[in-house]
Write a protein that binds this ligand. Sequence first.
Ligand code: SIN
Ligand code: CO
Length: 385
Amino acid sequence: MQAALPLLNGLTPAQFMAEYWQKKPLLIRGAMPDFRGLLDPSELAGLACEAEVPSRLIQFDPARQQEGKGWEVRQGPFDDEDFTSLPPQHWTLLVQGVNHVLPEAQALLSQFNFIPNARLDDVMVSYAPTGGGVGPHIDSYDVFLLQGAGKRRWRISQQTDLRLIADAPLRILSHFVSEQEWVLEPGDMLYLPPNVAHWGIAEDDECMTYSIGFRAPAARELAIEFLEFCRQEGMPDELYRDPDMQPVADVAEVDANMVSNVAAMMQRLSWGSAQLGPFLAKYFSEPKAYVVFSPNRKLSLEKFTQQAAKNGLVLDLQTQMLHWQGQYFINGEAVPPLSANLLNILANQRELAAPLCQGDAVKPLLPWLHEMYLSGYLHLAENDA
Ligand code: SIN
Ligand code: CO
């Protein structure tokens, strides 16, 4: 049986799922009582200066904010001057994908490992001085808003009026009516399912919030991607055929014969679990558009094998490895079906400790591990065990 967790207000993951997940908000005081954050504002600003880390600066004029005017959004990367020229208040910096660059943020995610990785979006970190925030809005994602340093006032509403301010450079609700509000302190957390209106405002000059977000793919997006998957690997590459063609009187008509021939062709497009399982494992393991892997320095298979046996291996922070019934995908690429047990450890624990990189079990997998190492999808661990 799963344990009751302070992280979930003393609920077990199963209780949390049954009562709150995708259903209603939950305020959790002291979710991580000792949590004070993983980085300070200047370190966050440093990340926002890096080209491969998506970031935004949002500024507003408080006098015009109510009418939805005076909002300005800039996309990173930024430089030092962008930060030194900011006013003392009423702005916020948002940095996306922090789990891809900060091992501590990846470790933070492991607290949420009762939710499948396929649902994970990323860890976003915000900093705001007093009064800063992104305005009232809804997200299409489930999110855990964990307070790091400082305090933030959250107002939420289950309102159905989701009209937006026209012409604002970000999605801001035009008729937000707060129903509940709380001030979150370090270690407190607010879970919000999709479509709950919320507005977080920094209460002091050190407010940092960690958003652990879980994506919910749109049905249309999944359908398009599934068809693309079928094009690549599902459907036989064949042409329409009509050896049963009859002479027609109406040359402009798409006739019933043609429709039934195509219907027969489309029958070969099936979406049972045998097709959807591997599709989802492949699709959800694909990296986001901004992700770039840096290849590791060249090492022969022999040297790599020796080093792996000594140090062990770790997945790159950006790597996503998922499986469907033992069919593994790494960053959208199929993995050869070898040493299933070790692949499972690598996918779940994101590492293969040194003892697992020795002996017979790992041997068939070594050429693939070596290839992944060269691509930068995984690395030699740094410990010298
Ligand atoms: C923030 O951290 O300021 C914004 C998080 C959110 O509202 O989703
Ligand atoms: Co939000």
